[in-house]
Design a protein around this ligand. Structure first.
Ligand SMILES: Cc1ncc(COP(=O)(O)O)c(C=O)c1O
Length: 484
């Protein structure tokens, strides 16, 4: 075999194909609005188009790109369409994509400071920036007792917070001996399901995650929380952790953090604040009242990958007491020992999350913040909120529709007054048409439509068209039910 034989892509080939891929993405951005938002394929259709066996011999890059267009694209739901209003957004942007590409190009694995100092230090720095950008308490700064770390998702952040709370409540013995079934955690009936999963994984048990009732705005009742904690204490259990949400998934409800924090302080419980989507709004000072009391939180997280134009995955997680988190998650096998770690002068982020290895995610966040500046980020967030308020006003003024919950930011929960079947028909019609995509929830037992305005490129005309299309589908649904 000749010594210089290689199947690798050369840097020159990479340059050529790389330009082609960037061109493809730029074209995609230009045409995404014309594609059906929700993928129209049937289950199994994509796989049926793929060869049963992998290629024995390498193929031309152009052939691969052809299949991206022909096979993959029809099976994509276009989260980056400005007509995507479903769930919560999962944003991409030019700077976010390029930062992610650079991270791939460098191919760094930043588990330790010493395995790429820039990977650690840029992350610490950008998360410190965000503390002031979001008006978070100074105790979350790395120069204080706390610090921030990038996790993959809000689910992982919640799990880390819960684990640290569990350890703190058991004097760091549950890692050694396991849980005895007495630790209790609290969330509301509206809290994201990731908390239930975290309780399962952390060995607390989902039955020991108490789901506290909410008020008529779907926000946790702090007095009900206090009552439940007292009852659990009387029963000999060990309350340890509360999750409050800034912007619940179903309806964007805002839990009263200050009141919840008071209860937590009284009983010495860890308060985790989950601001997965709505945390981004805190870039704008006028929305920060929605998280009054955040200065009492032990941990906080939000997802720039939802609404802050940063490609998935990117969750920012802060703790007020980094020692508690590190003591919970740190293990130091011989093969990871190094001088920098021993010196105590560096952060090793492997001790701040579940997995060992980690990507250079702060690059994309840094690119986004530097490209937009605080001013640019604030502009687009305010615009999305303005459009949501406008949409909510149209709903309020229409005799056939009603708002199903307050709309404090960029999510509007609404329904046709004709009942669940009509709403289902409207939603199915809209989503099948490909013109836009929205999703539903149940509030007060009733099927409710959710329109979330947060995709990077959504503008007034997209929201105007969405309302026009909703009215058209409502008309059709009405005719359908009259003739049935
Ligand atoms: C309030 C809230 N918390 C947590 C999550 C889970 O997010 P992730 O996918 O980052 O785990 C979501 C997802 O939408 C959410 O809305």
């Amino acid at each position: 075999m000749p010594e210089d034989k290689s199947f690798h892509m050369t840097p020159e080939e990479f340059r050529r194909y790389g330009h082609a891929v960037i061109d493809w993405i730029a074209d995609y951005q230009s045409r995404v609005e014309s594609l059906p938002v929700l993928s129209q394929v049937k289950p199994g259709e994509i796989r049926a188009s793929l060869p049963a066996n992998p290629p024995a011999r390498g193929e031309a890059f152009a052939a691969v790109m052809k299949d991206v267009e022909k096979i993959i694209l029809p099976g994509v739901t276009h989260w980056q369409s400005p007509n995507f209003f479903g769930y919560f957004p999962c944003n991409a942007s030019g700077p976010g994509i390029l930062g992610d590409l650079l991270s791939s190009g460098l191919g760094v694995q930043g588990m330790l400071w010493s395995t790429s100092p820039a990977c650690t230090e840029l992350e610490t720095h950008v998360l410190d920036w965000l503390v002031s950008m979001l008006g978070l308490p100074e105790k979350f700064l790395s120069s204080s007792t706390g610090g921030g770390v990038i996790q993959d998702t809000a689910s992982s952040a919640a799990l880390c917070a819960l684990l640290a709370a569990r350890e703190r409540a058991t004097n760091y013995t549950s890692n050694l001996k396991g849980c005895d079934g007495r630790i209790v955690a609290y969330a509301s009936t509206q809290t994201h399901s990731s908390l239930q999963k975290a309780a399962m994984i952390a060995g607390i048990g989902s039955e020991n995650l108490r789901l506290i009732e909410v008020d008529d705005r779907f926000a946790m009742r702090a007095e009900a929380l206090a009552k439940q904690i007292e009852a659990d204490k009387r029963a000999g259990l060990k309350p340890s952790f509360v999750c409050a949400t800034v912007g619940t998934t179903s309806s964007n409800a805002m839990d009263p953090i200050a009141e919840i924090a008071k209860v937590c302080r009284q009983h010495n419980l860890w308060l985790h604040v989950d601001a997965a989507m709505s945390g981004t709004a805190m870039l704008c000072p006028e929305f920060r009242h929605l998280q009054n009391g955040v200065e009492f939180a032990d941990s906080y997280n939000f997802n720039p990958h939802k609404w802050m134009f940063t490609n998935f995955d990117c969750n920012c997680f802060w703790v007020a007491d980094r020692k508690a988190l590190i003591q919970t998650l740190s293990i130091l096998p011989e093969y990871l020992r190094n001088q920098a770690t021993e010196s105590g002068a560096v952060i090793d982020y492997r001790d701040w999350h579940i997995q060992l290895g980690r990507r250079f995610r702060s690059l994309k966040l840094w690119f986004v913040i530097r490209h937009y500046g605080v001013e640019g980020l604030q502009y687009h967030i305010r615009e999305h909120v303005r459009l949501a308020k406008q949409f909510a006003a149209w709903v309020r003024d229409d005799k056939n529709f009603e708002l199903a919950a307050p709309a404090p930011l960029n999510l509007v929960c609404f329904r046709h007054k004709g009942g669940d079947a009509v709403n289902q028909t409207i939603m199915d019609g809209l989503n099948r048409s490909g013109d836009l995509f929205l999703t539903h929830t149940k509030l007060d037992g009733k099927l409710t439509l959710r329109l979330c305005i947060g995709q990077t490129n959504t503008q007034a005309r997209h929201v105007e068209n969405a309302w026009k299309r909703i009215l058209q589908e409502a008309e059709k649904a009405g005719e359908h039910s009259r003739s049935a």
